[in-house]
Design a protein around this ligand. Structure first.
Ligand code: HEC
Length: 492
């Protein structure tokens, strides 16, 4: 039997989409974070007249160029996979959001050109530093806008925002569906992802600096890595702190707008569990470990007055208390076992940080690389949890269920149904009768058809003659046809 649709070898269609989507998320999120950190480091370098920030920023931007290219290519593979493996789904989505995706494409173009110019003209623009920084700073709003657009489509898959069957094209194909775009979870997804990316970018740049500190470098270069590493670690941490607050309200929206996803996440149902492991828990364990590690880091540095980035001890303590309350609240929703696991992991993270800092003679190199690895883990698992928890789109909205095959092709598919069962194409609409066409065309010049339909008397001969007197041009044959038809009382 010839299959009715394309099947992906070995991993299957679902996992092909899953893997390409996840790899895209990993590199694309990194691109956004990198853009933000590069600008921050360049500005700090400019203000403090310290070249070391700029040197590291340039290296990060080189990595960003590579990551950006890879992320874009993976996205293309993802879209190819989606449109070939789930054509009905993709074409529906594409028709709803044509203009959104076209704008997204325009932004890809702007980003690619701006990023290339910013990196490749780094030295040439040395004398125009403010302009160069501005060029790099453009990347962050471009990315955020691109993000904003794609999140409308991403959150639509979680909370479509209308009842089944409403996603109709009753207004004609506009390529834009406002209700679908500004759906209930759109805002929370956008906020959460934006801050995740800043946090992830900050921790990753710090991790790269930490990695460099393992190598032998002249003292000034090592100093540059250390300074930039500390700056981006602090920025990453600041963004990281917002996440439980945003995440809490995000969960609240899901509870009412995508209850199945909420239940899957909170109580480990559905695809959240794979291979007997609750991946949402693992993600939170990684978050708690990051939290413990960062807290220890800032606690140790609280007294370093000369460091702009040191945080007062009382702030470290109150942030810890806040997190404790957050996990308690989560424990009340999930299970208290969750609460205890998080507390132990956070304490374990703090102890690990203490050991790593101590072992490396106070250098944060091992701590920064460890946090970077954990942060990568949370992004991958967070992306997985989001997609695995949501109710399958296919079963929810009937328009998206089957693969669309044009009628004239169906006989060649050898589907497991007999040729008799192939539904007939919809009958062509009957020809509009000539008098109806004439009435619709001729009688709307000066008033609407309502005027004609509301007329209760039957003296059509007279009426039509009157209309001709008012200026309507009709041949004798046409006038007779109209009068006959109106007298017959048939609809028009
Ligand atoms: C050249 C302009 C014009 C065209 C074209 C036209 N009408 Fe009229 N129609 C009028 C005017 C003017 C009136 C009178 C409006 C009023 O008295 O308020 C009117 C009024 C009518 C009325 C209401 C008469 C009443 O006494 O309430 C009917 C019925 C009507 N038109 C039928 C037709 C039909 C059928 C056609 C097409 C064959 C047509 N009209 C095309 C100008 C036109």
């Amino acid at each position: 039997m010839t299959p009715g649709h394309i099947e992906f070898p070995v991993i299957g269609a679902k996992w092909f989409i899953g893997l390409t989507a996840l790899s895209h998320i990993v590199v694309a999120s990194l691109a956004i974070g990198f853009a933000f950190i590069v600008t921050a480091a360049q500005i700090v370098g400019y203000l403090t007249r310290d070249r070391s920030y700029d040197l590291v920023a340039k290296q990060v931007q080189l990595l960003h160029v590579c990551v950006y290219n890879i992320g874009t290519i993976v996205a293309v593979g993802f879209i190819f996979g989606l449109s070939g493996l789930f054509p009905q789904f993709w074409s529906q989505l594409f028709v709803h959001q044509f203009w959104t995706l076209m704008l997204e494409e325009l932004l890809f173009f702007m980003l690619a050109t701006t990023l290339s110019l910013h990196y490749f003209f780094w030295d040439r623009l040395w004398g125009h530093k403010k302009m160069h920084i501005f060029l790099g700073a453009l990347l962050t709003p471009f990315f955020l806008l691109q993000f904003y657009l794609i999140n409308g489509i991403g959150s639509f898959m979680l909370t479509p925002g209308f009842a089944e069957g409403q996603a109709s094209l009753s207004q004609g194909i506009l390529g834009w569906d406002k209700q679908a775009f500004y759906n209930p979870s759109f805002l929370m997804l956008t906020l959460h992802r934006a801050f995740v990316n800043f946090s992830y970018g900050g921790f990753m740049v710090a991790g790269l600096c930490g990695w460099q500190l393992f190598k032998k470098h002249p003292e000034s270069v090592a100093g540059a890595y250390e300074k930039t590493g500390r700056l981006s670690f602090t920025l990453g941490f600041m963004a990281f702190l917002t996440l439980p607050v945003i995440g809490y309200f995000y969960a609240h929206v899901l509870k009412y707008e995508a209850n199945e996803a909420f239940v899957n996440l909170m109580w480990g149902r559905g695809d959240i569990i794979a291979g007997g492991i609750d991946w949402w828990w693992i993600k939170h364990l990684a978050v708690a470990a990051i939290f413990g590690m960062t807290m220890n880091y800032f606690w140790r540095r609280r007294r370093e007055q000369q460091d702009l980035l040191s945080v007062p001890g009382v702030m470290v303590a109150s942030i810890s208390l806040f997190y404790l309350m957050f996990y308690l609240a989560m424990g009340m929703i999930m299970t208290y076992a969750f609460f205890w696991w998080m507390v132990f992991t956070a304490v374990g993270g703090a102890l690990l940080a203490r050991h790593l800092l101590h072992y490396h003679g106070g250098s944060p190199r091992a701590l920064f690389t460890t946090v970077a690895i954990f942060s990568l883990l949370t992004v991958v698992l967070g992306g997985y949890a989001r997609e695995a928890s949501r109710p399958r789109f296919i079963d929810r909205i009937s328009h998206y269920d089957s693969i669309y095959v044009p009628h004239e092709r169906q006989p060649y598919l050898m589907l497991p149904i007999g040729p008799d069962e192939i539904p007939a194409p919809p009958a062509a609409p009957a020809e509009t009768p000539e008098p109806v066409r004439l009435i619709r065309q001729k009688c709307i010049g000066c008033h609407t058809l309502e005027r004609v339909k509301n007329y209760r008397a039957a003296d059509w001969q007279l009426i039509v003659a009157q209309m001709q007197a008012y200026g309507l041009r009709l041949s004798t044959a046409e006038a007779a046809m109209i009068v006959n038809y109106l007298e017959s009382g048939e609809p028009y």
